[in-house]
Ligand binder design. Structure first.
Ligand SMILES: Nc1ncnc2c1ncn2[C@@H]1O[C@H](COP(=O)(O)OP(=O)(O)OP(=O)(O)O)[C@@H](O)[C@H]1O
Length: 443
């Protein structure tokens, strides 16, 4: 199909669905190809693709057929990443034959919001991005889903590219590493594979937990790792958990991964979520200055969507798209309507029973002692911790919490909460225990 035909179809569509809808949804589509009954379009985001497919798919299909195109199906794929808030000055030239995956232009240090939960990871990433002498090798970033590990790795790569364009910086997922390795095995070119990976200056492998249990890939990864460390080349690794906790990962790899700096990206807190939302809004306003957002909407979202940043971003994108589509200001009502499914699944549903179970596991006491009458310190302290967490992570009242802890009085719960607050300030072990427990419970 020619551009001209698509142009004519667009004119008809614009009349049918109105200027504003057309500008929001159809203009961003780029016809990629029509072949074997499938018309393929590039879209700026998967959200736009889904929306167009659901709301305008039939109309587009009808028009294509009316213009003589034998199309039975439409396909939308994300062509280029969304515009970055601050674009890197110049995208890096891909190094010929390098095995890396492309970098996302949005994932830069400028667009990374720093808060308490990620400040250490951010500082370490910045340090590595400065280049120069390798101070810790590898840098191992870990944390739950969607907390910014990939973002930081890409940011390092962008910065290194900008500062030292000659450096061979390679970013890829552990899955891609395995895929390349299997391909090399199939083509009997493992030497080529080894040479390629050993010639990089900076290697970043994302989601390394993927190679756990995959014996020969682990073996190859281990040798690549050692060869690069011996040459004093920087390695950056990410995973969803600490090296020691990755099941089925060889011990020697675990210990290698622990040799450098291991940093944890903690689950986001309210302030960080709000900061990220504010940054996205500022970014969006550059494109749509007329965006009207009622007071309290961002605070509401930051409070309610605690799962991960990806979900938070998705919620905001949907809200923007919806508001643009219907030409309405983003009010609290619109937010609740439009995001009801996300809000439902993001509700924090920690129960007192869960807290009791996790806390007794953590302190290695019996669950029955959590609610039982015994009062020695080794049992009373975990019980107080569990009461404290029940107060902070559930909506239960003090009397209700007391009842669930073996029928204790609400003043006992109050005392426990106060006691743990005091201990937190004085005893870093308690603070660390609480951090870990919160993380497992909320994660
Ligand atoms: N601190 C932050 N500031 C701005 N954006 C963030 C931040 N943390 C995460 N994000 C955004 O959240 C999304 C998910 O982040 P990312 O892909 O880096 O997560 P991840 O930790 O690699 O997760 P996964 O383990 O699922 O791959 C990205 O769009 C990223 O830009």
């Amino acid at each position: 199909m020619t551009e001209e035909t698509w142009g004519r179809i667009c004119e008809t569509l614009e009349q049918a669905i109105g200027k504003s809808n057309f500008a929001t949804w159809i203009s961003p589509l780029k016809l990629h190809s029509v072949s074997q009954g499938v018309a393929r379009f590039d879209v700026p985001t998967s959200f736009v693709g889904d929306w167009v497919s659901r709301n305008f798919g039939d109309q587009i299909l009808r028009h294509l057929v009316r213009h003589g195109e034998p199309v039975q199906r439409l396909e939308f794929s994300v062509a280029a990443p969304r515009r970055a808030p601050v674009q890197p000055a110049r995208p890096p030239e891909p190094v010929a034959d390098m095995p890396g995956a492309p970098l996302d232009a949005r994932f830069t240090f400028d667009s990374f919001v720093v808060g308490k939960p990620n400040e250490l990871a951010h500082a370490a990433a910045r340090r590595v991005a400065e280049g120069g002498a390798v101070s810790f090798n590898p840098l191992f970033l870990y944390g739950g889903v969607g907390l910014g590990k990939t973002h930081l790795m890409h940011a390092i790569a962008w910065d290194l590219h900008k500062k030292s364009p000659h450096l061979r910086v390679v970013y890829l997922s552990a899955e891609q590493f395995m895929y390349r390795f299997v391909q090399a095995l199939r083509e009997r070119d493992t030497m080529g594979f080894k040479e390629l990976f050993r010639s990089v200056d900076v290697l970043m492998v994302d989601d390394v937990q993927f190679i756990a249990g995959k014996d020969s890939t682990q073996e190859e990864f281990f040798h690549t790792f050692n060869a690069l460390v011996d040459q004093n080349k920087q390695i950056i690794i990410s995973a969803d958990r600490a090296p020691g906790e990755i099941k089925d990962l060889e011990e020697r790899i675990k210990s290698r991964l622990q040799c450098g700096l291991v940093v944890d990206l903690h689950p986001t807190d309210y302030e960080l979520r709000l900061g990220i939302l504010q940054q996205k809004v500022d970014d969006y306003r550059q494109q749509y200055p007329d965006l009207v957002l009622a007071d309290g909407v961002l605070e509401f979202l930051a409070h309610r969507i605690v799962t991960n940043v990806r979900v938070l971003e998705g919620a905001l994108t949907r809200l923007f798209a919806f508001a643009t589509l219907v030409g309405r200001e983003i009010t609290m009502d619109l937010t609740q309507d439009c995001l009801s499914d996300i809000l439902r699944t993001s509700e924090r549903k920690v129960t007192i029973e869960e807290i009791q179970r996790k806390v007794s596991e953590h302190y290695n006491i019996r669950l029955s002692d959590m609610i039982g009458p015994r009062r020695q310190r080794t049992l009373a302290r975990p019980r107080q911790v569990a009461m404290y967490l029940s107060k902070h992570l559930t909506e239960r009242s003090l009397p209700e919490i007391g009842r669930r802890f073996g029928g204790r009085d609400h003043t006992t719960v109050m005392h426990a909460v106060r006691k743990i607050d005091e201990l937190r300030a004085a005893d870093s072990q308690i603070e660390e225990d609480l951090r870990l427990l919160r993380r497992t419970l909320e994660g």
